[in-house]
Design a protein around this ligand. Structure first.
Ligand SMILES: *Cc1c(COP(=O)(O)O)cnc(C)c1O
Length: 449
């Protein structure tokens, strides 16, 4: 214990970090960044291989976004959206409605992915209450879901490592098996049959619980935190069809996959799906400032309308809801998407090809069991035995060792257990992609061979 009033050298308690060992390996302190590069206080540079936790899109210190924030700062940094508004907030909402899948016409702001999810959860619940269907209180979600770290979001989550300890604080949700082609529980080995099994299990559970359920939460296409699990094609569409058929809401959490990560502005577009609620965060500001948005349909929005005495109001809000600086950054980021044609084939396809080539190379390594990605979002899973898919012992912390090696090669990564995440900003260059894969290959070989 510290004597009274002795100030620790660094009093910060860091997220997702065992602080006991943090004292031994003192933290790397980042003092600046430019483009896809981070710089530490010693002046060493690192490629930002995970987009500063899946957030950065167009690179750091992008002149268009920097200028937009400076200009907003010259007007006002923050006012409230509780009873007041501001031009950037309104303009951004209009832009989001223009870009989002058909039917999503209303935007509710908050300040992190988790709050965006909590809002979707409460909106969905209240919506059915207002419709007079008071028996609906459950939510369906995938078994290895991750929707954030607040209690509502954790209730929807299935990552036991993070969530199990809090079980008694959580509300119960219906677990639908994550359609995971690499690690699945079925006896069959044919991919088509595995997919069929998952599809029919999903249908069975939706049918069984629909009458008492508000909605189905899903991370479209890729479950990020679970280890970059890529769903089989058609799964999102299946969820859309089944949720319609059984009359529950489809809630898409695009906090990680949104804003171009998978190669389209929103992942739902790949399967022509319009969810009833859409959660956005991370890349919404280009990775500059905390902002989230929960979008919904006219149908849900209008259920909340009424005389104030009817108490249909959505009683929810955060102090920094729709912060003007963050909205300015988000608007500027969307402008950069248009100006730099970030997602147009001519710009995006060469990067995707280079990324694909890199992934194919990693797939050849003796201890890479599976490579999984959509667009520039993915990861490789390290295994002890490629044939049996046996993992390395947890105690070995292979993933962690690999990223520490990669750091020596000038690439900053962050693993998910033994999955090495490779998720550079969309602004990454072909040369930077080469470095990303060279360093990762070298690090994996060094640690595993
Ligand atoms: C990161 C993430 C969240 C939580 O976002 P925060 O901003 O960290 O609260 C929610 N859902 C998904 C799919 C995420 O990847």
């Amino acid at each position: 214990m510290l004597p009274k009033k002795e100030i620790p050298r660094d009093p910060v308690w860091y997220p997702f970090t065992q602080m006991q060992e943090f004292a031994e390996y003192s933290p790397l302190i980042i003092t600046a960044a430019k483009g896809c590069w981070l710089e530490d206080e010693q002046g060493r540079c690192y490629l930002d291989g995970v987009s500063s936790l899946w957030a950065n899109v167009h690179g750091h210190r992008h002149p268009v976004i920097d200028r937009a924030i400076e200009e907003q700062l010259g007007r006002v940094a923050h006012t409230t959206m509780l009873g007041l508004s501001h031009p950037g907030g309104i303009e951004l909402a209009r832009e989001l409605v223009t870009l989002a899948p058909e039917g999503l016409s209303r935007v509710f702001y908050s300040d992190s992915g988790a709050t965006g999810v909590e809002i979707a959860l409460k909106m969905a619940y209240q919506y059915w209450q207002l419709r007079g269907e008071k028996q609906r209180y459950r939510f369906l979600r995938l078994s290895e879901a991750y929707h954030g770290d607040t209690i509502g979001a954790v209730s929807l989550g299935g990552m036991d490592l993070f969530h199990e300890r809090f079980r008694r604080l959580l509300f119960e949700t219906i677990k639908v098996p994550t359609p995971h082609l690499y690690r699945h529980p079925f006896a069959v080995q044919d991919e088509k049959e595995i997919v069929e099994q998952y599809f029919s299990l999903t249908e069975e559970l939706i049918a069984r619980y629909a009458k008492e359920s508000c909605g189905f939460f899903v991370e479209p296409l890729i479950q990020g935190a679970a280890g970059m699990i890529v769903h089989p094609p058609g799964y999102l569409k299946l969820l859309r069809d089944l949720t319609r058929k059984h009359n529950i809401l489809l809630i898409a959490d695009e906090v990680a996959v949104g804003f171009g990560r998978t190669g389209k502005m929103f992942a739902s577009e790949w399967e022509d799906v319009s969810p009833d609620l859409l959660c956005l965060g991370k890349g919404i500001t280009g990775g500059y400032l905390p902002l989230a948005a929960t979008m919904t349909t006219e149908e849900i929005f209008s259920a909340f309308l009424g005389d104030f005495r009817e108490l249909k109001t959505f009683f929810h809000g955060h102090t920094y809801t729709g912060n003007p600086l963050a909205c300015a950054a988000a608007l500027a980021s969307l402008k950069v998407f248009a100006e730099e044609k970030t997602l147009e084939t001519s710009v995006f396809e060469p990067k995707l090809q280079r990324y694909r080539t890199g992934m194919k190379r990693l797939e050849q390594l003796t201890h890479v069991g599976s490579v999984r990605y959509r667009g520039l979002m993915g990861g490789v899973e390290l295994v002890k035995d490629k044939k049996t898919k046996e993992p390395f012992p947890f105690e070995k912390r292979l993933g962690y060792q690999v990223i520490m090696e990669a750091r020596k090669e000038g690439v900053m990564l962050r693993p998910l257990g033994d999955v090495i995440v490779l998720m550079p900003p969309l602004a990454v260059s072909l040369e930077e992609l080469d470095l990303l894969f060279d360093a990762t290959e070298k690090a994996i070989r060094k640690v595993t061979e």
